[in-house]
Each structure stands twice: as structure tokens, then as C-alpha cells.
Design a protein around this ligand. Structure first.
Ligand code: PRP
Ligand code: URA
Ligand code: MG
Length: 209
């Protein structure tokens, strides 16, 4: 079964509180999501492999560490996942970015895929699927299945807030996928919104409500 990591760094938690606050406006919301995504990228990359190289400091020649060049792909789920891309790219600038367009039908709550464009070499990359919200898990579940159908082998899922229902779904359907959250919330309400959550992530990021 995939592991669930709640990234409880104090800076992430502090910023998440402002993200949740209904009085936080679009500009600040977007900036905070960007910052938290960057901090989460810092945590999620702590196991990247290193290699040794030789350099000259102004004082002497020395061995020093550098990234071994593991190929990474970021896959935001449109729309709301877009709000986390730039923050992650600040720390992982060499990552390639694929996009999966997905919306949740408000009546059936079923995810509908409307777009997909991925780097050609996804089977060689470690993919990080990103979306602020993991609610029923339907959208992330379908996005991951879509990547696997196109021969993705290594996938992780990174969200700001997860509900237990969504976590369970991913663990059942994709036991090879580890999940990284800034918070694991209580439950879903009758409209499948996360409680206490932050409301509609896409609408708050892009000012569409
Ligand atoms: O886990 P689920 O129950 O599938 O819900 C989560 C999904 O819902 C939201 O997207 P939405 O459908 O609002 O699309 P948007 O990003 O375009 O706003 C959110 O960004 C996730 O993709
Ligand atoms: O709480 C939720 C659930 C789904 N999508 C959101 O944007 N927020
Ligand atoms: Mg939305």
C-alpha cells in the first residue's frame, strides 16, 4: 500500500492556515500556494540521488556532491494544479511538465478528462502528479490511470489537502503511489468538498467565483 506523508514543516503549516482563511484574496492565495508548493518540493526531493564530482574551490581541489540527474516530470491536473507548478519549478528547474485536464462533474462528481499532453519519455521519469485538492480521489485516480496507460512507471501524488476518502481511493487503486500532503483533513461534506478544506481551489486561484 502507498504511504501517506503529511509535510508538517512549520512554514508549510503557517502558510496553509492563511490559504484556508476565507478572507485571503486571490493575489495572496496564489502567492501562498506558490510558496507552499516550493516548500513541499523541498521536502519531496530529499531522497534525490547524489553523485560526487571534483571541483576547485579558491583554496584547493575537493570532492563535492551534485544531483545525479534523475529525470523528473511534473504533471499538474488542470486547472487548480497549475497554481503549484511554478513554485515547484523554482527548486526543480530541469523538470519537464505534462498536463492532464480534468474537471469534476458537479452533478455526478465523476471526473471528466478533457486534455492530456505529456513529455515523450514519461516511462523514464519519476512523475509527480500535483493538485491542491484530493477529495473523493476520482480526479487523481483517473489522472494516474491515464499516465500508467501511457507507460508511466514511477508516480507520486502531491496535494495541499487530502480527505481520508481520497487517500483511501488512491491507496486501493494505486498501491504503488505514495501521497504527499500539507494536511489530511477530516472528511467530505454532502457536495464532496473537503472539510474544513479551503473551498474551491481553482476558483480561489483564478478568481472565477
Ligand atoms: O478528488 P476529487 O473529488 O476528484 O476532487 C478534486 C478535484 O476537484 C478540483 O478540480 P475541479 O473539478 O474543481 O476543476 P478545476 O481545477 O478546473 O477547478 C480539484 O482541483 C481536483 O482536481
Ligand atoms: O474541497 C474541494 C473539493 C474539490 N475541489 C476543490 O477545489 N475543493
Ligand atoms: Mg475547481
Amino acid at each position: 500500500m502507498g504511504k501517506v506523508y503529511v509535510l508538517d514543516h512549520p512554514l508549510i503549516q503557517h502558510k496553509l492556515t492563511h490559504i484556508r482563511d476565507k478572507n485571503t484574496g486571490t493575489k495572496e492565495f496564489r502567492e501562498l500556494v506558490d510558496e507552499v508548493a516550493m516548500l513541499m518540493a523541498f521536502e519531496i526531493t530529499r531522497n534525490l540521488p547524489l553523485t560526487e564530482t571534483t571541483i576547485e574551490t579558491p583554496v584547493m581541489e575537493t570532492k563535492a556532491k551534485m544531483l545525479a540527474g534523475k529525470k523528473i516530470g511534473l504533471v499538474p491536473i488542470l486547472r487548480a494544479g497549475l497554481g503549484m507548478v511554478d513554485g515547484m519549478l523554482k527548486l526543480i528547474p530541469a523538470a519537464k511538465v505534462g498536463h492532464v485536464g480534468m474537471y469534476r462533474d458537479p452533478e455526478t462528481l465523476e471526473p471528466v478528462e478533457y486534455y492530456i499532453k505529456l513529455p515523450k519519455d514519461i516511462s523514464e521519469r519519476e512523475l509527480i502528479v500535483i493538485d491542491p485538492m484530493l477529495a473523493t480521489g476520482g480526479s487523481a485516480n483517473d489522472a494516474i490511470a491515464s499516465l500508467k496507460k501511457r507507460s508511466a512507471k514511477q508516480i507520486r501524488l502531491m496535494c495541499l489537502i487530502g480527505a481520508p476518502e481520497g487517500v483511501k481511493k488512491i491507496q486501493e487503486e494505486h498501491p504503488d503511489v505514495d501521497i504527499y500532503l500539507a494536511a489530511l483533513d477530516e472528511k467530505l461534506d454532502e457536495h464532496a468538498y473537503i472539510i474544513p478544506g479551503l473551498g474551491d481551489a481553482g476558483d480561489r486561484l483564478f478568481g472565477t467565483k
